[in-house]
Design a protein around this ligand. Structure first.
Ligand code: NDP
Length: 293
C-alpha cells in the first residue's frame, strides 16, 4: 500500500523553468542581454549525449542562448583548456558546463578548475565548493540544489531535522550535506564504509539517497513518515525490458514514508531546471542586474 505523498519533481521543475523564462525576458527587456549557456561534451558517452541534448533544448525553451561544443573523444587537454579559456572570455557566455565524466586521459579537476568560477554553473569549481562550505554566496551544484528546493517546498523550514545523506560524491552527496547543514539540519553522511546503514537511515526524518545502486535502500530502513529523496538513476532490465529505477526500493519505501520522490519524475527534472536558474543568476551577477531570489 502506498501511503506516501508522491513528490512531483516534474511539475515543480516546470514551475522553476517558467520563472526562469520570466527573468530571461525581463533581462532582455531591461538590458538587451540574452543569458547564454555553453555546454561542452567530449566523446560519445550515450547518457551524456542525452543529458547534453536536453540541456540545450531546455535552454532555448526558456529564451536563453545555447552554445554546444562537441569535441572528439581523443581531444587533448590543451585543446579543451583552450576552449574553456575562450568561453571564459566570451561575454555572451554566462554559464559554462563541461559534461562529466570526461574520457580517462583528461584531468577533470584541472579542467573544472579552469572554468571562471563566476561562470561555473555546475558549482564544481573549488572556489564555489569553498564558498558553499563556508556559507558564502556560491554557485550551487544543480542536483543537490534541486533536492533542497523540493525539501523546502514540502517542509518550509528544515531547521533541526535529522537528515541522512547516503553517498559522499563531490557532485551530489557532499554538496547535499552542506546545503542541509546550511538549512540547520543535523546531518549524517553515510557511505560504503558506514556500519549498520539500515539503523543509521532509521534515525532520519529526511533521507537523500545518492548511491548509484538500484533499489538498495529498503522500505524497512525508512522511519514512518520520513521524507525520501531518491537521486539515483539506474538503468536495469526487468521482465525483459529496460527500466529506470532509483537507489530506493520505491514500493517498500512508499509504504513507510510520509513523502517520496519517484524515479523518473522526481529529482531528475529538477537538475536541469536548477542549471537554467544558475545561468540566469550568473548572468545577473556578471552584469550588475537584480538577481532572482
Ligand atoms: P558516485 O558513484 O560518485 O558515489 C556513490 C556514493 O555512494 C559513494 O560515496 C559511495 O561510497 C556510496 N556507496 C556506494 N555503495 C554503497 C553502499 N553499499 N552503501 C552505502 N554507500 C554506498 O555516484 P554519484 O554521487 O555521482 O551519483 C549517485 C547516483 O545519483 C547515481 O545513481 C547517479 O546516476 C545519480 N545521479 C543523478 C543525477 C540527477 O540528475 N538526478 C545527477 C547525478 C547523479 P564510497 O565513497 O565509500 O565509495
Amino acid at each position: 500500500a502506498t501511503n506516501a505523498q508522491i513528490i512531483d519533481g516534474k511539475a515543480f521543475a516546470a514551475k522553476i523553468r517558467s520563472k526562469v523564462a520570466e527573468h530571461v525576458s525581463r533581462i532582455k527587456a531591461e538590458s538587451g542581454i540574452t543569458p547564454g549557456l555553453a555546454v561542452v561534451l567530449v566523446g560519445e558517452d550515450p547518457a551524456s549525449q542525452v543529458y547534453v541534448r536536453s540541456k540545450g533544448k531546455q535552454t532555448v525553451e526558456v529564451g536563453m542562448a545555447s552554445f554546444e561544443h562537441k569535441l572528439d573523444a581523443n581531444t587533448s587537454e590543451k585543446d579543451l583548456l583552450a576552449l574553456v579559456d575562450k568561453l571564459n572570455k566570451d561575454p555572451s557566455v554566462h554559464g559554462i558546463l563541461v559534461q562529466l565524466p570526461l574520457p580517462d586521459h583528461l584531468n577533470s579537476d584541472l579542467v573544472i578548475n579552469s572554468i571562471d568560477p563566476a561562470k561555473d554553473v555546475d558549482g564544481f569549481h573549488i572556489s564555489n565548493v569553498g564558498l558553499l562550505a563556508t556559507g558564502q554566496k556560491a554557485m550551487v551544484p544543480c542536483t543537490p540544489l534541486g533536492c533542497l528546493l523540493l525539501l523546502r517546498d514540502l517542509h518550509g523550514s528544515l531547521s533541526g531535522k535529522n537528515a541522512v545523506v547516503i553517498g559522499r560524491s563531490n557532485i551530489v552527496g557532499k554538496p547535499m550535506a552542506q546545503l542541509l547543514l546550511g538549512d540547520s539540519c543535523t546531518v549524517t553522511i553515510a557511505h560504503s564504509r558506514t556500519k549498520d546503514l539500515p539503523e543509521v537511515v532509521r534515525r532520519a526524518e529526511i533521507v537523500v539517497a545518492a548511491v548509484g545502486r538500484p533499489e538498495m535502500v529498503k522500505g524497512d530502513w525508512i522511519a514512518p513518515g520520513a521524507t525520501v529523496i531518491d537521486v539515483g538513476i539506474n538503468r536495469i532490465e526487468r521482465d525483459g525490458k529496460q527500466v529506470l529505477v532509483g537507489d530506493v526500493d520505491f514500493d517498500g519505501a512508499a509504504a513507510q514514508a510520509g513523502a517520496i520522490t519517484p524515479v523518473p519524475g522526481g529529482v531528475g527534472p529538477m537538475t536541469i531546471a536548477c542549471l537554467l536558474a544558475n545561468t540566469v543568476t550568473a548572468c545577473c551577477r556578471a552584469n550588475g542586474l537584480a538577481e532572482p531570489e
